[in-house]
Design a binder for this molecule. Structure first.
Ligand SMILES: [Zn+2]
Length: 298
C-alpha cells in the first residue's frame, strides 16, 4: 500500500490544538461543522530529530473568528494516535519537537478524565490548575540539559483557561458544571492505556488529585519546555463511585461521550480561534536561561 502521508516542511504557526479522547469518534474538525474553520491539509508527516511524526492537520480559522481579525493557522494532531496502530508514549517528544520548530506559543489539549473528588460528576468540564506526575516526563525536549530552568508553577495558563471557561459557558449543558482554573483543582497523570485501578484511584486521591487524566502531563511539561502556554479542555466520563465499584467491570460511563464530544470539540475550536496572539500572561517567562557557569564549568 502506498504511503498516503505527505512529508512536509513544518509550517510557522503560533497555536496548536491537540485532540484526544474528548474528540473520539469524530473526524476533527470536519465532523464539528464549524463555519469559518477549514482543513488546509491533512495526513501531513514531519521529520524530527526523534523520528517521523504523522497524522497532522493544518487548519485555517477565518479572520471573522479570531481576536485580531486576521486569518489564523493552527497545527492539529491526535495525541493518542501518533502512531495510530500501537501505543508509543515517546510520540509526545516528536510532536512537541514539531511545535517547537513551528514557533508555537499556545497549546490547547483535549481529553476526558475520571473524577476522584466526589463533588465532580460525569459530564462536568474541569480546567485543572495543577498536575501530579511524579516522573514528570521521561521524554524531555529541554535543550542543553541545564541551560534552562523550567518552573513547575502555573503549568496551566490562567488567561487561556479563563477564555476556555467563558467559551464553554455558551455551549455546555446547563445540567453539568464547569470547574474553572480558579478553583485550583489538581489532575493526576497516568500514562495508560490501561484504565486506573481502584487502588490507584485512591492513591492519586491521597496525593491530592481531584481528577485523573491519561494525557496531560507530557503535554503540559513539553509546552513549558518549548516556552508555550498550556490549557487543558477536559470533561469527566467516570466518577468516584465508578472507580470504586468492584462489581462493575466497566469504568467509563459511555452515555456521557456522544453528546459532549461534539460540544467539547466546538468549545476547543472557538477557544483556539479567540486566543489572542499577544502574550499578556507570564507562562512564556517560566522557562528561563541559566547563567553560563552552570553548564560551562564542570
Ligand atoms: Zn499563558
Amino acid at each position: 500500500m502506498p504511503d498516503r502521508q505527505t512529508t512536509a516542511p513544518i509550517p510557522s504557526v503560533r497555536t496548536a490544538l491537540i485532540t484526544g479522547s474528548a474528540n473520539w469518534g469524530l473526524a476533527f474538525p470536519e465532523d464539528v461543522g464549524m463555519a469559518g474553520v477549514r482543513v488546509l491539509a491533512r495526513d501531513l508527516a514531519f521529520d524530527t530529530p526523534y523520528g517521523r511524526t504523522e497524522n497532522w492537520k493544518l487548519l485555517e480559522f477565518d479572520a471573522s473568528l479570531t481576536a485580531e481579525g486576521r486569518t489564523k493557522h493552527v497545527l492539529c494532531m491526535y495525541s493518542h494516535g501518533n502512531p495510530r496502530d500501537h501505543i508509543d508514549h515517546s510520540c509526545h517528544r516528536r510532536a512537541f519537537s514539531v511545535l517547537m520548530q513551528s514557533g508555537v506559543r499556545r497549546v490547547l489539549s483535549c481529553s476526558t478524565i475520571g473524577a476522584v473528588n466526589k463533588a465532580i460528576q460525569p459530564g462536568d468540564m474541569v480546567i485543572n490548575a495543577d498536575i501530579v506526575e511524579l516522573t514528570q516526563t521521561p521524554y524531555s525536549l529541554l535543550e542543553g540539559r541545564q541551560r534552562f530552568d523550567c518552573s513547575g508553577k502555573q503549568l496551566v495558563c490562567p488567561q487561556c483557561a479563563a477564555l476556555l471557561a467563558q467559551t464553554a459557558k455558551r455551549h455546555w449543558p446547563a445540567s453539568r458544571r464547569i470547574h474553572g482554573v480558579e478553583l485550583g483543582l489538581v489532575a493526576a497523570h497516568s500514562y495508560g492505556p490501561r484504565l486506573t485501578s481502584p487502588a490507584e484511584a485512591m492513591a492519586f486521591r491521597s496525593m491530592g488529585a481531584d481528577v485523573i487524566n491519561h494525557s496531560i502531563a507530557p503535554e503540559a511539561t513539553l509546552s513549558r519546555e518549548i516556552g508555550a502556554c498550556f490549557t487543558p479542555c477536559a470533561f469527566v466520563t467516570a466518577g468516584f463511585n465508578d472507580y470504586m465499584d468492584r462489581n462493575r467491570g466497566q469504568l467509563l460511563q459511555d452515555d456521557v461521550m456522544p453528546s459532549l464530544s461534539v460540544i467539547a470539540s466546538r468549545v476547543a475550536l472557538e477557544t483556539v480561534a479567540r486566543v489572542p496572539d499577544d502574550e499578556s500572561c507570564i507562562c512564556h517567562k517560566l522557562k528561563s536561561p541559566q547563567p553560563a557557569e552552570r553548564y560551562d564549568r564542570f
